[in-house]
Ligand binder design. Sequence first.
Ligand code: FAD
Ligand code: NAD
Length: 499
Amino acid sequence: QVPLKPGRSLMDWIRLTKSGKDLTGLKGRLIEVTEDELAKHNKKEDCWICIRGFVYNVTPYMEYHPGGEDELMKAAGTDGTDLFDQVHRWVNYESMLKECLVGRMAVKPIAAPKEISSTLSEEKKQLNGMLSGKKVLSASAKDLTPSYDWFQTDSLITIVIYTKQKDMNAELVIVDCQDKQLRGEIIVDDHSYLVEFDLDHAVQEDMAVNIAEKIGKVEIILKKKDNIHWKMLGQPSESHNTFIKRTDRGLFYRKCKLVSKTDVTHDTKLLCLMLPRSTHLRVPTGQHVYLKQIIAGTEVVKPYTPVLPFLPLDFKEPSGHDAAHIYLMVKIYSCGLFTQALDQLQIGGYISVSGPEGNFKKSQVQTSEDLFLLAAGTGFTPMVKLLNFALTEVSCLRTAKLIFFNKTEDDILWRNQLEQLALKDERFEVQFILSQPTKGWVGKQGKISSSLLSEFVKRSRKDSKVLICICGPTPFTEQGVQYLKSLGYCQEEIHAFTA
Ligand code: FAD
Ligand code: NAD
């Protein structure tokens, strides 16, 4: 991210797009763009970029791009889909840049390889820059591809997905069924398998998902609204029965109801969102979701990391999972575009929530003996579930230390709960460090530094297995990682939470 000039915020951009100004230079005309034509528009003052088959004139957007002009220019005159997806695939450029739309890429016929020409014949024509829907899988990959089947009784429809995975669990299964639209996604490492239908008949709101973890079988059980015989399950969508990279699968949102909102500090709130009854979704430890709102006619998306409703103090057993709710701890910024709008959401109102994302894996902490959590401000959010998981389920864990950086005492999130936990569980310790303390503060002060880290991050034994997790403002995280490396910790011992 680069600092933007005053008057170049996302809200300023939204205002400009609503001003009626001709942002494409084509007076509202849409054209078909060839690769040669696209390549000609490769200068700052005349810059076109193709994203998912659509071509945008991004010259007016240059100064508003949070990643900076140079980043945008990397895709000038070319297909920037991969570049955009690598950085922020969750940003809805289609909505953000809709007033800059020049047109579509011209259709380019591609020759299908001989041996698969029969199956792909209808797909010979493909839009430039569009992700090809189906990928041809090698024989070995096909063996690992999940498959599905369905059957019915008088009152039930059961869809069975054979994941071919031996370690299936509830976090790897995401199911939504709304208005006859059924979507079941199975996560297999960095791939995603999808079953997606426009169902033939209506079903009731409640749905059951059964997972046979050891054999990798997932059952989705729907209740028929009318006890009639279904001739077919329904119309499959284009993405149905595909097994592709997770990053190639678009984010799917469902509307969740805001059921409560409580103050955590003067500017941070705990929001409780209720999932629809016909949704099965669990956000794994260390992962985030995206919230989506329409702000002044433009879709705006921001990531948030679910927490627990409170810090459990008794870690003898895994805490019963509240599968119906998602808790978010959100800092409301006085001039924040998204958080101001979120703060306006009334109890009973709805907000769109995506499926989970993130590259943290529980296995990273499963073998840790010493866990260090370096959090700054709301960078505390991923630490909540992580701490709960480590203290509950990691039997080799000896110490868990949270080093929590905040501006003032009033900014410390869940201070009471953290102090209580430290009293209750001798493995856990918390250290608060303030960057703008008031006079009465007798604790530690300062910002992240090599000397602070060498004081607090120490192995409990010479060879103990360490994991250090770090999350906060980008400069905090980047500096922290550098200091840790200079103190001798290796890449595998550090996990930085980033976008
Ligand atoms: P913007 O309109 O983007 O910014 C307006 C002003 O607010 C800025 O000028 C600045 O003064 C201030 N501001 C905004 N963002 C920041 C920032 N990141 N750091 C410092 N000052 C800022 N936030 C949470 O509250 N809870 C979470 O659980 C959470 N999880 C996240 C997970 C990930 C993976 C990432 C990348 C971010 C997460 N965030 C979280 C931050 C969140 O996504 C938004 O960036 C934040 O809510 C601000 O959005 P906004 O549109 O209101 O502010
Ligand atoms: P804040 O402004 O209240 O600052 C908290 C502390 O961070 C400060 O006291 C200071 O010690 C440190 N800090 C701030 N700026 C720094 C800098 N430039 N260099 C070194 N240290 C610095 O923090 P906030 O407003 O609560 O912001 C929290 C940040 O955490 C946001 O940027 C948010 O996007 C990020 N976050 C990221 C994730 C994730 O990536 N998974 C999750 C949650 C929050």
